[in-house]
Design a protein around this ligand. Structure first.
Ligand code: SAM
Length: 340
């Protein structure tokens, strides 16, 4: 039987960021990669995996040709072992469980469900379960059984007590910040701060950074303050309601980051080209000479055209693929820029 592994999933396009984060922990050893999934050897503590900032979800899994529902039904401890590892010292966070598997009304699956309920005193729930167990057939005739390590995706951060429309995926915010030498810098400006995701993710990495943000929407500022408080960073982050067209003055910064407005989040009378031009000029005049500018947008063709004629050059980029709440795809990009 193949060994138990940890499987991590992430936003398509963040592979290099996830591999870099994993490489920071000697306890985490890469086993193999397959598509947008990375497999790690089972570490002694799963807490390090639960602390990873760049991943969407983590599971403990076993893959083997034998692991079909009939086999698991007659060797229930194989699944039991994964459930016990997930429960470990976190039994309080798991009250309900779901089991996803094709043919879930079969006798074998029903017996497996009964086993988990009785053995681990978990209530079976189809929707919104705390513990998610899966049994699935892979393309190569193998089967995978697995248990998600957390009740909510790891990309859903505990500090997000208020959900702000257009709030950025925190794993992408982490990725952008990872290009900005946060630990070697002193000052950080986030333009169009919205829900303050970029600021919070930066503050969690370096509490000594001077963190400034601004956004024209006062309600968003007020909501994001609740998230900042929850993250324990209220003393570290300074937010102001300001419109970029008014050229607000906060000084010079070693790092500027922005999740640029596009679509609905552009004000009614705002022209995207004017807005992006104003943004680039603001960055040219407020970034220190050796500083880093990290920008995220779905309107990357327009942004790139304007950057090409600016004082900046694009040093690195990430092409991402995101699924939206209405099951369509977004293809945003991250550009990391420095002065030419
Ligand atoms: C894509 S959202 C940023 C989302 C943010 N990164 C988050 O995680 O919530 C863009 C933000 O730009 C702000 N905005 C739009 N036009 C602006 C302007 N002219 N000046 C300042 N902020 C503006 C909007 O209020 C909105 O909060």
């Amino acid at each position: 039987m193949n060994p138990i592994l940890v499987k991590v999933t992430f936003v398509s396009g963040l592979r290099t960021i996830v591999l870099d984060e994993i490489a920071q922990y000697p306890e985490l050893v890469l086993h193999h990669q397959f598509g947008d999934e990375i497999f790690l050897e089972l570490p002694t503590s799963l807490e390090i995996v639960r602390d990873l900032k760049s991943i969407t979800n983590a599971f403990i899994v076993r893959q083997d040709t034998k692991l079909n529902p009939r086999f698991i039904n007659s060797h229930k401890s194989i699944l039991g072992e994964l459930v016990e590892m997930t429960l470990d010292d976190r039994a309080q966070t798991f009250k309900t469980f779901s089991l996803s598997c094709a043919g879930s009304d079969s006798v074998e699956i029903q017996k497996i469900i009964k086993f988990v309920s009785v053995q681990y005193k978990l209530v079976h729930a189809e929707e919104g379960a705390d513990m998610k167990i899966h049994i699935g057939k892979l393309d190569n005739d193998s089967w995978e059984i697995g248990v998600c390590l957390t009740s909510r995706p790891l990309s859903v951060r505990n500090y997000r007590v208020v959900n702000i429309q257009g709030g950025m995926n925190p794993t992408i915010a982490y990725a952008m910040n990872s290009f900005c030498s946060l630990k070697q810098s002193e000052s950080y400006l986030n333009i169009f701060s919205g829900g303050a995701t970029l600021l919070i993710e930066a503050g969690l990495i370096n509490k000594n950074l001077t963190l400034q943000g601004f956004d024209s929407d006062g309600k968003r500022i007020a909501d994001s303050v609740k998230n900042i408080k929850q993250a324990g960073l209220i003393k570290n982050i300074n937010l102001k309601a300001a419109d970029i067209y008014d050229k607000p003055e906060f000084g010079m910064f070693d790092i500027i980051t922005s999740d640029l407005p596009f679509g609905q989040l552009v004000g009614k009378n705002e022209n995207l080209r004017d807005l992006y031009e104003t943004f680039i000029y603001y960055c040219e005049t407020h970034l220190t000479p050796t500083g880093t500018l990290a920008v995220y947008t779905s309107e990357y063709e327009l942004l790139k055209e304007l950057l090409d004629t600016s004082k900046f050059e694009i040093k690195e980029s990430l092409s991402l693929k995101l699924i939206t709440s209405v099951n369509s795809y977004l293809y945003p990009k991250v550009f990391i820029c420095r002065f030419k």
